[in-house]
Ligand binder design. Structure first.
Ligand SMILES: NC(=O)c1ccc[n+]([C@@H]2O[C@H](COP(=O)([O-])OP(=O)(O)OC[C@H]3O[C@@H](n4cnc5c(N)ncnc54)[C@H](O)[C@@H]3O)[C@@H](O)[C@H]2O)c1
Length: 383
């Protein structure tokens, strides 16, 4: 086996996503496995260079994981010819500028969603990357989750017949910070810092709907701020200027109607933090992050509406678990592996900056719909 090193500048690794999902659960996990076996006698060995603004935080992270390379000089990393890939999981508002510099430096790109704060910005990044001839990818982790992979298997096996509707329920209570600490960063609740649940979650809903059920053709949404005041990381009160809940309806190519509630101001009465119920003429399923339950037409009960008598059957118990029939890796790591193969071997990879721009487009049109109270067509994007 030949070992080939791929050097990855990782910016934003002190943050929630950068640290846990990308550095530890993806890149370091790959190193623990001895690298990525490319199947051609080569093993790709990812070598992270931690990049950020705070020296002490980067050094602490490097020491903790026994890594040698870290720097606060992002420009120097981009000028370093031995660095192959630039990865970005910074706060959303900082991404565009950093990514432009990375493209200008000719680095391959792998970045968190949303790829930019506006559709114009997202498309510009996609065009610049294409013109530079670099390889690019945007995180679209949800379709690599076990629950959604099982749902995909049902769709591909023809289980549903004609798919009529999708009902998504996402959310949990995010503490305000005044009484118990908030479990998400405060910038998420400030519009001026790139926050808001529409900007955060609609990019996910775009690729989940698109890949599983059909392209989103129109959007109608109501976004609101249920909790107007929160407390930041230093315990200081601030005005929550961004939307913390969004109620959306999406028409899909092929005729399926999707309806997704997203909220950081809801208490969980579900089995998982996100669940999608899919109803088709031949069967239905409910998929979460890990599990998927199904009910076939032949096993569908025939309830009769009668509020005078208590429910006679336990509806939730009538569903059947869809078996794993295999092992599922961490969704972020699976997508990293595909991206690294794309870079090393030129294998096809469609979760690129244009796909990322579609997510930003849906978020932008969702907010527009909420502001003007109208349903909006979602034009197909091209470069
Ligand atoms: N794929 C997913 O499921 C998923 C989930 C959550 C967040 N995200 C995305 O990941 C990105 C980071 O989110 P997070 O929750 O990890 O945020 P976070 O606040 O925990 O981390 C942000 C990172 O950016 C750095 N940073 C750079 N410039 C900054 C600035 N001006 N102000 C503050 N921090 C700055 C911070 O030091 C930190 O390393 C966001 O773009 C978000 O949309 C993706």
């Amino acid at each position: 086996m030949t070992r080939k090193t791929v050097r990855i500048a990782m910016n934003g690794v002190t943050g929630r996503m950068g640290h846990r999902q990308h550095l530890v659960r993806s890149i370091l996990a790959l190193r623990e496995e001895g690298g990525l076996d490319l199947g051609d006698g080569t093993v790709l060995w990812p070598e992270p260079v931690l990049v950020g603004r705070r020296e002490h935080a980067l050094k602490a992270l490097a020491d903790r994981y026994g890594l040698q390379h870290w720097t606060t000089d992002a420009d120097a990393v981009l000028a370093d010819e031995t660095v192959d890939i630039y990865f970005d999981a910074q706060v959303t508002s900082a991404r565009e500028e950093s990514v432009k510099k990375a493209i200008a430096a000719g680095k391959h790109l792998y970045i968190e969603k949303p790829s930019a704060t506006s559709l114009d910005g997202a498309l510009e990044l996609a065009r610049l990357a294409e013109a530079a001839g670099i390889k690019h990818g945007v995180v679209q982790d949800k379709i690599f989750l076990p629950g959604l992979l099982k749902l995909k298997r049902l769709i591909e096996g023809g289980f549903f017949g004609r798919i009529l509707s999708v009902r998504g329920e996402f959310g949990y209570w995010v503490f305000e910070g005044g009484w118990q600490d908030a479990q998400r960063p405060s910038w998420n609740y400030r519009a001026e810092d790139g926050g808001g649940i529409v900007a955060d979650m609609f990019p996910h809903w775009e690729y989940v709907l698109h890949e599983l059920f059909g392209r989103v053709r129109s959007v109608q949404a109501l976004a609101t701020t249920h909790i107007p005041q929160r407390w930041d990381e230093r315990g200081k009160p601030y005005a929550a200027t961004a939307d913390d809940a969004a109620y959306g309806i999406f028409e899909l190519a092929g005729g399926t109607v999707a309806q997704i509630n997203s909220s950081w101001a809801v208490r969980v009465n579900r089995d998982e933090l996100v669940e999608f119920q899919v109803d088709g003429t031949e069967g239905s399923a409910v998929a979460g992050l890990r599990d998927c339950r199904a009910q076939h037409r032949s096993a569908t009960p025939k309830p009769v509406w009668n509020p005078d008598v208590p429910a006679t059957e336990s509806f939730r118990e009538q569903w059947q678990q869809v078996p794993d029939n295999g092992e599922f890796g961490n969704g972020f790591k699976v997508q990293w592996e595909l991206f690294l193969r794309h870079v090393a071997l030129g294998e096809p990879y469609h979760w690129d900056l244009l796909a990322g721009a579609r997510g930003v487009q849906l978020a932008e049109l969702g907010l527009k719909s909420s502001a003007d109270g109208r349903r909006h067509e979602v034009p197909e994007l091209t470069l």
